[in-house]
Design a protein around this ligand. Sequence first.
Ligand code: AMP
Ligand code: MN
Ligand code: MN
Ligand code: MN
Length: 284
Amino acid sequence: MSTPLNADLHCHSVNSDGTLTPTELAARARANGVDLWALTDHDEVAGQPEALEAARAHGLRYLTGVEISVTFADVTVHIVGLGFDHNDPRMAGGLADTRDGRGPRAVEMGEQLAKAGIPGAYEGALKYVGNPRLIARPHFARFLVETGVCRDTAEVFRKYLVEGKPGYVPHRWARLGDAVKWITQGGGVAVIAHPARYKFTATEEYALFSEFKQHGGQGVEVVTGAHSPQEALRYADMAREFGLAASRGSDFHSPDESHVDLGMLPPLPGDLTPVWSLLQARIH
Ligand code: AMP
Ligand code: MN
Ligand code: MN
Ligand code: MN
Protein backbone atom coordinates (compact mmCIF):
# COMPACT_ATOMS: atom_id res chain seq x y z
CA MET A 1 0.00 0.00 0.00
CA SER A 2 1.27 3.47 -0.83
CA THR A 3 1.76 6.04 1.93
CA PRO A 4 -1.19 8.44 2.09
CA LEU A 5 -0.56 12.01 1.03
CA ASN A 6 0.37 14.23 3.96
CA ALA A 7 -2.11 17.04 3.37
CA ASP A 8 -2.47 19.89 5.86
CA LEU A 9 -5.26 22.15 4.67
CA HIS A 10 -5.86 24.40 7.69
CA CYS A 11 -3.49 26.83 9.43
CA HIS A 12 -3.04 30.51 10.26
CA SER A 13 -0.37 33.16 9.68
CA VAL A 14 0.28 36.69 10.97
CA ASN A 15 -2.25 37.81 8.36
CA SER A 16 -4.89 36.62 10.84
CA ASP A 17 -4.32 35.18 14.34
CA GLY A 18 -1.25 33.00 13.78
CA THR A 19 2.23 34.02 14.93
CA LEU A 20 4.33 32.86 11.93
CA THR A 21 4.60 34.37 8.45
CA PRO A 22 3.43 32.34 5.44
CA THR A 23 7.10 31.79 4.56
CA GLU A 24 7.89 30.44 8.04
CA LEU A 25 4.82 28.18 7.88
CA ALA A 26 5.88 26.76 4.50
CA ALA A 27 9.34 25.92 5.86
CA ARG A 28 7.80 24.27 8.92
CA ALA A 29 5.30 22.32 6.81
CA ARG A 30 8.14 21.10 4.62
CA ALA A 31 10.27 20.09 7.62
CA ASN A 32 7.29 18.15 9.02
CA GLY A 33 6.80 16.19 5.79
CA VAL A 34 3.71 17.95 4.42
CA ASP A 35 3.10 17.24 0.69
CA LEU A 36 0.03 19.39 0.07
CA TRP A 37 -0.55 22.59 2.00
CA ALA A 38 -3.11 25.41 2.32
CA LEU A 39 -2.90 28.61 4.37
CA THR A 40 -6.41 29.38 5.66
CA ASP A 41 -6.36 32.74 7.42
CA HIS A 42 -9.57 33.97 9.03
CA ASP A 43 -11.61 36.20 6.69
CA GLU A 44 -8.47 37.22 4.75
CA VAL A 45 -6.57 36.22 1.60
CA ALA A 46 -3.73 38.77 1.84
CA GLY A 47 -1.25 36.00 2.71
CA GLN A 48 -1.99 33.88 -0.38
CA PRO A 49 0.66 35.26 -2.79
CA GLU A 50 3.42 34.83 -0.18
CA ALA A 51 2.18 31.33 0.74
CA LEU A 52 2.07 30.27 -2.90
CA GLU A 53 5.57 31.57 -3.55
CA ALA A 54 6.96 29.95 -0.39
CA ALA A 55 5.24 26.66 -1.24
CA ARG A 56 6.94 26.73 -4.65
CA ALA A 57 10.32 27.49 -3.10
CA HIS A 58 9.95 24.53 -0.70
CA GLY A 59 8.55 22.09 -3.27
CA LEU A 60 5.14 21.86 -1.59
CA ARG A 61 1.96 21.46 -3.58
CA TYR A 62 -0.46 24.23 -2.68
CA LEU A 63 -4.19 25.01 -2.60
CA THR A 64 -5.43 28.54 -1.94
CA GLY A 65 -7.25 28.78 1.37
CA VAL A 66 -9.40 30.86 3.70
CA GLU A 67 -11.48 30.28 6.85
CA ILE A 68 -14.68 32.34 6.77
CA SER A 69 -16.55 33.30 9.97
CA VAL A 70 -20.27 32.56 9.61
CA THR A 71 -23.26 32.91 11.94
CA PHE A 72 -25.65 29.95 11.75
CA ALA A 73 -28.53 29.53 14.22
CA ASP A 74 -26.87 32.21 16.40
CA VAL A 75 -23.67 30.16 16.63
CA THR A 76 -20.32 31.07 15.04
CA VAL A 77 -19.36 28.44 12.48
CA HIS A 78 -16.18 28.39 10.41
CA ILE A 79 -16.23 27.49 6.72
CA VAL A 80 -12.90 26.68 5.07
CA GLY A 81 -12.54 27.47 1.38
CA LEU A 82 -9.96 25.62 -0.73
CA GLY A 83 -8.76 25.99 -4.30
CA PHE A 84 -10.76 29.14 -5.15
CA ASP A 85 -9.46 32.12 -7.14
CA HIS A 86 -8.00 34.39 -4.44
CA ASN A 87 -8.10 37.37 -6.84
CA ASP A 88 -11.87 37.12 -7.40
CA PRO A 89 -13.30 40.55 -6.39
CA ARG A 90 -16.50 38.88 -5.12
CA MET A 91 -14.45 36.95 -2.56
CA ALA A 92 -12.48 40.09 -1.66
CA GLY A 93 -15.69 42.11 -1.16
CA GLY A 94 -17.36 39.42 0.92
CA LEU A 95 -14.33 39.06 3.18
CA ALA A 96 -14.03 42.85 3.58
CA ASP A 97 -17.67 42.97 4.75
CA THR A 98 -17.09 40.02 7.09
CA ARG A 99 -14.02 41.68 8.65
CA ASP A 100 -15.79 45.01 8.99
CA GLY A 101 -17.12 44.71 12.53
CA ARG A 102 -13.88 43.41 14.05
CA GLY A 103 -12.47 46.85 14.94
CA PRO A 104 -15.49 48.11 16.94
CA ARG A 105 -15.93 44.65 18.48
CA ALA A 106 -12.32 44.75 19.72
CA VAL A 107 -12.77 48.23 21.21
CA GLU A 108 -15.82 46.92 23.07
CA MET A 109 -13.89 43.87 24.26
CA GLY A 110 -11.29 46.27 25.70
CA GLU A 111 -14.02 48.23 27.49
CA GLN A 112 -15.58 45.08 28.94
CA LEU A 113 -12.23 43.79 30.15
CA ALA A 114 -11.46 47.18 31.74
CA LYS A 115 -14.72 46.92 33.68
CA ALA A 116 -13.60 43.46 34.79
CA GLY A 117 -10.40 45.01 36.20
CA ILE A 118 -8.05 44.58 33.22
CA PRO A 119 -7.21 47.98 31.73
CA GLY A 120 -5.43 48.61 28.43
CA ALA A 121 -6.33 45.30 26.79
CA TYR A 122 -7.31 46.80 23.42
CA GLU A 123 -4.02 48.67 23.10
CA GLY A 124 -2.19 45.61 24.41
CA ALA A 125 -3.85 43.31 21.90
CA LEU A 126 -2.92 45.67 19.07
CA LYS A 127 0.76 44.96 19.72
CA TYR A 128 0.15 41.37 18.62
CA VAL A 129 -1.83 42.23 15.50
CA GLY A 130 0.06 41.56 12.28
CA ASN A 131 -2.72 42.78 9.98
CA PRO A 132 -4.60 45.94 11.02
CA ARG A 133 -7.68 44.64 9.21
CA LEU A 134 -7.87 41.60 11.41
CA ILE A 135 -7.93 41.79 15.18
CA ALA A 136 -9.15 38.58 16.82
CA ARG A 137 -9.55 37.11 20.28
CA PRO A 138 -6.14 35.37 20.34
CA HIS A 139 -4.46 38.80 20.17
CA PHE A 140 -6.19 39.70 23.45
CA ALA A 141 -5.30 36.30 24.88
CA ARG A 142 -1.59 36.85 24.15
CA PHE A 143 -1.66 40.21 25.95
CA LEU A 144 -3.35 38.71 29.01
CA VAL A 145 -0.67 36.00 29.13
CA GLU A 146 2.10 38.61 28.71
CA THR A 147 0.76 40.64 31.63
CA GLY A 148 0.43 37.57 33.85
CA VAL A 149 -3.37 37.67 34.15
CA CYS A 150 -3.43 34.04 32.96
CA ARG A 151 -0.87 31.28 32.51
CA ASP A 152 -1.73 30.43 28.91
CA THR A 153 -4.12 31.41 26.13
CA ALA A 154 -6.42 28.46 26.82
CA GLU A 155 -6.96 29.80 30.36
CA VAL A 156 -7.68 33.29 28.97
CA PHE A 157 -10.40 31.90 26.72
CA ARG A 158 -11.91 29.88 29.54
CA LYS A 159 -12.00 32.79 31.98
CA TYR A 160 -12.54 35.84 29.75
CA LEU A 161 -13.23 35.30 26.07
CA VAL A 162 -16.04 32.77 25.64
CA GLU A 163 -19.79 33.31 25.86
CA GLY A 164 -20.88 34.29 29.37
CA LYS A 165 -17.43 35.68 30.28
CA PRO A 166 -16.66 39.40 30.70
CA GLY A 167 -14.57 39.94 27.54
CA TYR A 168 -16.95 38.13 25.19
CA VAL A 169 -18.68 40.41 22.69
CA PRO A 170 -21.17 38.64 20.43
CA HIS A 171 -20.90 39.35 16.74
CA ARG A 172 -22.89 38.65 13.59
CA TRP A 173 -20.66 37.20 10.85
CA ALA A 174 -21.34 36.23 7.22
CA ARG A 175 -24.31 34.11 6.16
CA LEU A 176 -23.66 30.45 5.41
CA GLY A 177 -24.99 30.63 1.85
CA ASP A 178 -22.88 33.71 1.07
CA ALA A 179 -19.64 32.18 2.36
CA VAL A 180 -20.21 28.99 0.34
CA LYS A 181 -21.03 31.08 -2.76
CA TRP A 182 -17.87 33.23 -2.50
CA ILE A 183 -15.81 30.02 -2.44
CA THR A 184 -17.61 27.99 -5.12
CA GLN A 185 -18.08 30.80 -7.63
CA GLY A 186 -14.29 31.17 -7.59
CA GLY A 187 -13.87 27.49 -8.51
CA GLY A 188 -13.19 26.28 -4.95
CA VAL A 189 -14.63 23.74 -2.54
CA ALA A 190 -16.32 24.76 0.75
CA VAL A 191 -15.59 22.68 3.86
CA ILE A 192 -17.23 22.75 7.31
CA ALA A 193 -14.32 23.39 9.70
CA HIS A 194 -13.88 21.42 12.98
CA PRO A 195 -17.58 20.45 13.31
CA ALA A 196 -17.18 18.99 16.81
CA ARG A 197 -16.37 22.43 18.22
CA TYR A 198 -19.88 23.89 17.79
CA LYS A 199 -22.44 23.79 20.57
CA PHE A 200 -25.35 22.58 18.46
CA THR A 201 -28.25 20.34 19.29
CA ALA A 202 -28.53 17.29 17.01
CA THR A 203 -31.33 19.05 15.11
CA GLU A 204 -29.28 22.22 14.57
CA GLU A 205 -26.28 20.21 13.44
CA TYR A 206 -28.42 18.30 10.96
CA ALA A 207 -29.73 21.64 9.67
CA LEU A 208 -26.17 22.97 9.28
CA PHE A 209 -25.07 19.96 7.23
CA SER A 210 -28.27 19.91 5.12
CA GLU A 211 -28.26 23.63 4.36
CA PHE A 212 -24.50 23.59 3.70
CA LYS A 213 -25.07 20.88 1.07
CA GLN A 214 -28.03 22.71 -0.46
CA HIS A 215 -25.85 25.80 -0.86
CA GLY A 216 -23.23 23.74 -2.71
CA GLY A 217 -20.83 22.84 0.12
CA GLN A 218 -18.88 19.65 -0.60
CA GLY A 219 -16.52 18.93 2.30
CA VAL A 220 -16.13 18.49 6.05
CA GLU A 221 -13.04 18.40 8.23
CA VAL A 222 -12.81 14.92 9.69
CA VAL A 223 -9.21 14.82 10.93
CA THR A 224 -8.26 18.14 12.54
CA GLY A 225 -6.16 19.33 15.46
CA ALA A 226 -9.48 20.31 17.06
CA HIS A 227 -10.91 16.74 17.06
CA SER A 228 -10.31 13.81 19.37
CA PRO A 229 -10.04 10.37 17.68
CA GLN A 230 -13.68 9.70 18.69
CA GLU A 231 -14.81 12.99 17.15
CA ALA A 232 -12.97 12.14 13.93
CA LEU A 233 -14.89 8.83 13.75
CA ARG A 234 -18.18 10.60 14.36
CA TYR A 235 -17.59 13.12 11.55
CA ALA A 236 -16.32 10.40 9.23
CA ASP A 237 -19.81 8.94 9.66
CA MET A 238 -21.37 12.34 8.97
CA ALA A 239 -19.27 12.63 5.78
CA ARG A 240 -20.62 9.23 4.65
CA GLU A 241 -24.21 10.10 5.60
CA PHE A 242 -24.18 13.46 3.80
CA GLY A 243 -21.99 12.40 0.88
CA LEU A 244 -19.28 14.95 1.73
CA ALA A 245 -15.58 14.76 0.91
CA ALA A 246 -13.23 14.71 3.90
CA SER A 247 -10.55 17.26 4.77
CA ARG A 248 -7.54 17.12 7.05
CA GLY A 249 -5.82 20.07 8.74
CA SER A 250 -3.93 20.88 11.92
CA ASP A 251 -5.45 24.38 12.51
CA PHE A 252 -1.91 25.32 13.54
CA HIS A 253 -1.60 28.88 14.93
CA SER A 254 1.67 29.08 16.85
CA PRO A 255 4.57 26.91 18.10
CA ASP A 256 3.77 28.16 21.63
CA GLU A 257 0.02 27.61 21.57
CA SER A 258 -0.92 24.80 19.19
CA HIS A 259 -0.74 21.23 20.45
CA VAL A 260 -0.92 19.78 16.91
CA ASP A 261 1.90 20.83 14.61
CA LEU A 262 1.68 21.19 10.82
CA GLY A 263 1.25 17.79 9.13
CA MET A 264 1.27 15.85 12.43
CA LEU A 265 -2.14 14.23 12.10
CA PRO A 266 -3.52 10.71 11.61
CA PRO A 267 -4.57 9.79 8.05
CA LEU A 268 -8.16 10.10 6.82
CA PRO A 269 -10.22 6.89 6.95
CA GLY A 270 -9.44 5.11 3.68
CA ASP A 271 -13.02 4.81 2.36
CA LEU A 272 -13.68 8.58 2.43
CA THR A 273 -13.14 10.81 -0.61
CA PRO A 274 -10.31 13.21 0.22
CA VAL A 275 -11.31 16.80 -0.53
CA TRP A 276 -8.19 17.31 -2.68
CA SER A 277 -9.41 14.66 -5.14
CA LEU A 278 -12.13 17.20 -6.09
CA LEU A 279 -9.47 19.86 -6.58
CA GLN A 280 -6.82 18.21 -8.76
CA ALA A 281 -7.03 20.97 -11.37
CA ARG A 282 -6.64 23.68 -8.71
CA ILE A 283 -3.43 22.41 -7.11
CA HIS A 284 -0.40 24.64 -7.69
P1 AMP B 1 -12.43 35.52 16.72
O1 AMP B 1 -12.49 35.28 15.23
O2 AMP B 1 -11.90 36.89 17.06
O3 AMP B 1 -13.75 35.22 17.40
O4 AMP B 1 -11.36 34.51 17.31
C1 AMP B 1 -11.53 33.13 17.09
C2 AMP B 1 -10.21 32.40 17.29
O5 AMP B 1 -9.94 32.30 18.67
C3 AMP B 1 -10.23 30.98 16.80
O6 AMP B 1 -9.93 30.92 15.42
C4 AMP B 1 -9.14 30.34 17.60
O7 AMP B 1 -7.88 30.68 17.06
C5 AMP B 1 -9.27 31.06 18.93
N1 AMP B 1 -10.09 30.33 19.92
C6 AMP B 1 -11.43 30.24 19.96
N2 AMP B 1 -11.84 29.53 21.03
C7 AMP B 1 -10.72 29.18 21.69
C8 AMP B 1 -10.47 28.45 22.90
N3 AMP B 1 -11.46 27.96 23.65
N4 AMP B 1 -9.17 28.28 23.28
C9 AMP B 1 -8.16 28.80 22.54
N5 AMP B 1 -8.34 29.49 21.40
C10 AMP B 1 -9.60 29.67 20.99
MN1 MN C 1 -7.84 31.27 14.91
MN1 MN D 1 -11.83 27.82 13.23
MN1 MN E 1 -8.63 27.86 12.04
